[in-house]
Structure formats: C-alpha cells, structure tokens
Design a protein around this ligand. Structure first.
Ligand SMILES: *Cc1c(COP(=O)(O)O)cnc(C)c1O
Length: 363
C-alpha cells in the first residue's frame, strides 16, 4: 500500500458536488472580491468560534501581521512566542519590527506557561500563544499571566480550528484569534486564506481597514494598509467546508483514536492531551530517538511521513540576526530532532490507518 502524508483531493471528493456548485455559482455571480460570500463566511465563522467579529484575510500569516499592527505592537516592543512553532508565528511579530522572545514548550509541545514570567521585561507588549498540532495550549494559565502583566494575548489558531480549552474555543481567550485556511488546515480552503476573530469592535474595524488599503470608503485612505482580502471563491468553498466541520472533526478524532489504541511499539512515544484541553488532531505527531531510521523504514513500506518542524525558527537562517545558537532552546531543539507526523487527512480510510499501525508495530 502507498500512503501519502497528506492527500488533499480526498477532502475535495468527499463533498465534490457541493464544492463544484459553490465555485460555479460564485463564478457566475460576477462578483469576486469583497462580496456576499465573504460576508456570509465571516458571519458563520464568527458564530462557529463564538466571537463577535471575524475579518477574512489573505492568509494566516497576514492575520498575525495585521493583528499585531492593529494592537500597535512594533519597533522596540517584545512579544513572547513559543520556540517550538512554525516560522509564520514569528514572522507575524518581526514584520511589525517587534522582537520575538522565545519560550520553551511543555510536554504537549505547546508554550510552557511556567516559563513565561522569567522572560517578561518592561518592553514586553504581548504574548503570542500557538495551539500546535490541533491541541489547545494551557490557556487558563497563560491568560492569567497576560492579565497580571497587562499584556495583549494573541492566539495563533492556524492548527486549532474548533479546539477547546475548558469548554471555550481557541481564538476566544485572547484579544485576537488568528486563523489560516491554507489547504492542509482543518478548515482548509482551495488556495490561500485566513481570518482574525475578536470581540473588540475597534480592533475589528482597524483590521477591516488595514486589509483593504487602509480605507473604509473607496479611495479615502485613512491609514497605511495592505491588500489582504479573502476572495469570494475561497469564501464560498470555505462555507461548504465549515458546514461539514463536525463530521470532519469526528473523523479525525476517530482516526487519531485508532492510532492511539493500535500503535504499540516501545521505540515510539505517542501524543498525549492535556486535561481540560481538546485536540482537533491537525497532525498526529509521535516521537522517536531514531527518526531517520524510522522514516526510512516507513518509506520502504510505502508510508510517507513528515516533520513539523525540522528547524526551529531561532536556528533558521532567516533569524540569524537575532543571534541565537544551537543549545539555546534544548527542549525545542530536541523536539525538532525527534518528532515525526504520521499520515492524517480528511478522507483517509480505516484500511490505510490500520496498515500504518501494522507496519509500525512490526518496526
Ligand atoms: C499555517 C500556519 C500559519 C500560517 O498560515 P498561512 O495561511 O500559510 O499564512 C501560521 N501559524 C501556524 C502555526 C501555522 O501552522
């Protein structure tokens, strides 16, 4: 059997008729940017998350960049960010001229709440919490810290659409929740897309202006903005995806449970979920000290695995100027050397999951 780490057409074919209809209706409508589909999606996504406002954007990265811009976080400011994250989280900070201050992860691979306070200085303006691999971070503890030090709390929910901590959705704990609709994400589009959600009308209005050249009224540019709009076709397709969210969530949870119940190999460490938290299983990430050997073995048996992420942002060439070196964040670096993601995507079959389990147990 041959199994890809991800296979996006499976997700499309699941609801092909609905996607086709939505795309064609939008094409035939003659309106492609900033119209009814975008508005409807913003309303439904805000409802789904349980927030007042949603602003559709071009990407998850733009959501992060514009979130900090709207909060006035920039040059001279510091933002706490997990060292173990995708580089986009950090770019969201540095694109505004602010400085990322990295904090090591806990055993759930997310920002360790116990290690934040020692990194807070008089320049700290915000905490960016990332809910990695689908699991909500320790939000109640992190929120307490942000309140104690009067810091903004921004959430990177690019991997956690619909995940909860203590019955409250990720994205609603902080001042702004940032989402990506990149095709592989749990609520994925068929191209680029992103959004912010917030309960703050002022922040919402500001980001609405920022995404559209800084204008509310055409050709009246009140602030310096960018072009970061969610297009009508993506919005229409996302409305279809969102309408099937619960089925897709259950399917992923069932597949993850199958892995958890079925995999039995002492060379591998399986993921765990924090008490009071929930994972929507964006990725199924395991750990092994002999990763190269494991990946080669899986490849030889037709199973493609991936690494999220092999080079932590502080060691990437892009952030060389920050002056970090190997050994500065040993927990993060160890994760980067030992984590590996098993195939998990919309439409993966029971037989495929079972095959992966069987070959892992023979490893
Ligand atoms: C995907 C992702 C982003 C960026 O989203 P894009 O839509 O690709 O710009 C940001 N943060 C995390 C954690 C992500 O996984």
């Amino acid at each position: 059997m041959k199994i890809n780490a991800n296979q996006l057409d499976r997700g499309y074919f699941k609801y092909k008729d609905e996607y086709d209809k939505a795309a064609i209706q939008t094409l035939e409508s003659g309106w492609y940017i900033m119209g009814k589909q975008g508005e409807k999606f913003e309303e439904e996504f805000a409802n789904f998350i349980g927030a007042e406002y949603c602003v559709g954007l071009n990407s998850g990265l733009d959501a992060l960049i514009l979130a900090f811009r709207a909060l006035g976080v920039g040059k001279g400011d510091e933002v706490i960010v997990p060292a173990n994250t995708y580089i986009a989280s950090v770019i969201g900070i540095t694109e505004n001229g602010a400085t990322p201050v990295f904090v090591e992860p806990d055993e759930f691979y997310n920002l360790d709440a116990n290690k934040i306070e020692e990194k807070i200085s008089d320049k700290t303006k915000a905490i960016l919490v990332v809910h990695l691999y689908g699991q909500a971070a320790n939000l109640s503890a992190i929120k307490q810290i942000s309140e104690k030090y009067n810091l903004y709390l921004v959430e990177d929910c690019a991997q956690s659409h619909g995940a909860k901590h203590q019955e409250m959705m990720t994205g609603t704990w902080g001042d702004i929740g940032c989402f990506s609709f990149y095709p592989t994400k749990n609520v994925g589009a068929f191209g680029d897309g992103g959004a912010v959600i917030t309960n703050n009308k002022e922040i919402c209005d500001k980001i609405r202006m920022l995404r559209n050249y800084g204008s509310k009224i055409k050709y009246q540019n009140e602030i310096l903005g960018v072009n970061s709009r969610l297009d009508e076709i993506q919005a229409a397709l996302l409305l279809v995806k969102l309408s099937h969210y619960e089925e897709l969530r259950e399917e992923r949870a069932r597949m993850a449970d199958k892995y958890l119940d079925g995999i039995n190999n002492s060379k591998l460490e399986l993921p765990t979920v924090r008490e009071n938290a929930e994972s929507v299983w964006h990725l199924f990430v395991i750990r092994t000290n002999e990763r190269d050997r494991f990946q080669k073995y899986m490849d030889e048996h037709g199973v493609n695995t991936q690494i999220h992420y092999p080079i932590p942002p502080h060691l990437s060439n892009a952030y060389k100027y920050l002056g970090f070196k190997k050994g500065d964040f040993p927990i993060t670096e160890n994760y980067a050397d030992t984590l590996v993601s098993l195939p998990l995507f919309d439409g993966i079959s029971d037989e495929e999951i079972q095959y992966v389990i069987d070959i892992i147990n023979e490893y």
